[in-house]
Write a protein that binds this ligand. Sequence first.
Ligand code: SAH
Length: 348
Amino acid sequence: MPDGSGKKDIKAMLPAELEAEFKELGLLGYRAAQAFRWLSRGVTSFEEMSDLPRALRQELDERYVIPCLRMLRRQTSRMDGTEKFLWELPDGESVETVLMRYKHGNSVCISSQVGCRMGCAFCASTIGGKVRDLTASEMLDEVLRTGIAAQAEISNIVLMGIGEPLDNFDNVMRFLTLVNEKEGANIGMRHISLSTCGLVEAIDKLAGLHLQLTLSVSLHAPDDETRSKLMPVNRAYGVDELYAACERYFQATGRRISFEYAMVRGVNDTPRHARLLAGRLRGTGSHVNLIRLNHVPERGLEPSDEETVRAFAGELSAGGVTVTVRRRLGSDIDAACGQLRRGRMRGS
Ligand code: SAH
């Protein structure tokens, strides 16, 4: 992708593509491998590629651009050490990345679009609609820049930040290939989760790629009536259609799907909803992650109280479904989707 200067984005290139480019320039293959390793370490200029001849660095600088994110804001949770970064993209737009520290390693939650066009009723990311897709190199830079800024080795990635990853399919797949490269960030597919609001055709397309990543589906309601109120996407693909796609995904990949369920007071949190959900998922081996809604001032929906969440979880377990109640990491730093970017747009 050329930027405004007409230069190509070198960081979005896969090793084989970089090699082909370099070959055209009359360079040996190992120069491409050297450059790829530098890019995967997060260098911001060709100047830093110290084992490339100076003349080559200059030539590369004339032809290519290395898109980089610039930190606008960094917040650290006093409660659990979760960190949230607001980044400025090369065109002045901004996105968020969250770093969560667990005993088993560090996980980054990255954004895949600037804004979102899915329109979920409870979500801050979608309020201004979608501005644009992120490129593969911008997503890669979220991972690299976060690791560098926090001096943290990143072992897991979740695509659960701003945006709908399956609505930016090609760039997200390219990002996954880049970040998975042995000579690059080398993050295994089993250490990557992708969360979707349920774009059925894209789920089928993903199933066809047979990746070993974990697919999470944001369900949030077991029936069309409730789900369509919360998620407009449900009017395009209803609950039955979504479950059928999940089943096909499991058949194709052997990977069980986990369902996200944000508890919204008085909307999707009643015993009737729990029983409906258990009835649907019993025997499928799927897992449900319950989370209390993060309150977003613009949206006018309230989180269920803790007792209701516990009762709902109990009803699911009794109905034969495995369930976890997710801790709300970083709730003191607005770590929920899109809240920091919204804050910037409001000027706070
Ligand atoms: N578009 C993708 C990924 C981004 S959202 C998706 O829909 O899955 C990541 C997760 O956060 C989704 O499960 C989403 O439904 C949830 N979410 C968004 N706003 C929330 C809020 N205010 N409280 C709790 N969860 C929220």
